[in-house]
Design a protein around this ligand. Sequence first.
Ligand code: BT5
Length: 343
Amino acid sequence: MRPPKSESGANRDALIKALLENKDEYTSGEELGELIGSSRAAVWKHIKALETFGIIVDSVRNKGYRISSETDTVHPAFAKVDEIAKMGFKYNYLASVGSTNQAARELANGGAPSGTLVVSEVQNTGKGRLSRGWESPQGGLWMSLVLRPEIPPSSAPFMTILTGVALADVLNKEYKVPAKIKWPNDILVDGRKLSGTLTEMDAEMTRINFIIIGMGINVNNSLDDLPKEVKAISLSQAVGQQTGAVAQQSGSTGEKLDRVLLLHRILGSIMSWSKVMKSEEGREFILDRWRELSDTLGKEVRVEMVGEDLVGKAVDILPSGALVVENEKGRHEVLSGDCIHLR
Ligand code: BT5
């Protein structure tokens, strides 16, 4: 994951540091060059390259360079990684990757501890469930968390429930966005998909080696690249709608949101809900919160499973993660599948 730093990588980090240390004023190209031991021309090249991290730098003739307020990045120099470490997570950052779940799996296979987190600005082959794809352009939060919980493999789906609650809770409480959970684990706002989760497990019959929780959250990213039939929303849009800042212009985004703050809030939420999960009572409480936040319960649904479909009314969620669907043939517990809300 972390190859030895190339000279240009080291220069780039020194440049980011220098710009951050002088973030309220302009620093001349010459001065930056001296600070990082490069020519002015090399400084300019490095500055352009920072855009791949979402770090935008204003340049003004005769004044120099300054970090722009347009910057939208989760680069470690901005992400307050020491606070993330205090929460028990180890931050691994990439400018771009195929899939953070895949990168997390490689780390986990190499023995990475529980709490290892992989975050990438961009994913080139982001994964959805059932071999579907996940569009992951700059501006979203694309991340995967390695966990090694001491629970039996049969309890693993509870981690998916917990993640849904942790995410939807943050969006409701901190952003006042009416986020709902669609079984199994989409986060919807007004029926539009804000986030999806891909949980993967590596286990033996009786014990879990690791679980990877991959979370994809549309934040500031443009949704233009999504297929027309995908109804998606970004958090910036959703917040804009809430505050009326986006005057009914569907498709336009509101102000850019601070992805670092969102990341910290999500990690904090996962951490505190994980503590709740430790007791039987706590798990009941999490299920109750899931029920409250659910967009699926009480609805007529069609659950598409391998080889068969089930139509009925979604009435409950079980600790196993199963959705309980009732129809004229009785009560069915569905562990996995795609859920379509009919009414
Ligand atoms: C999911 O799958 O919703 C799980 C998505 C998990 C993505 C995260 S990002 C970090 C981590 N690393 C990965 O490689 N993956 C995880 P599913 O329910 O199968 O939904 C996939 C469908 O959502 C696609 O077929 C599209 O229709 C739609 N879609 C694709 N990109 C989207 C986006 N950015 N926002 C909303 N919908 C999208």
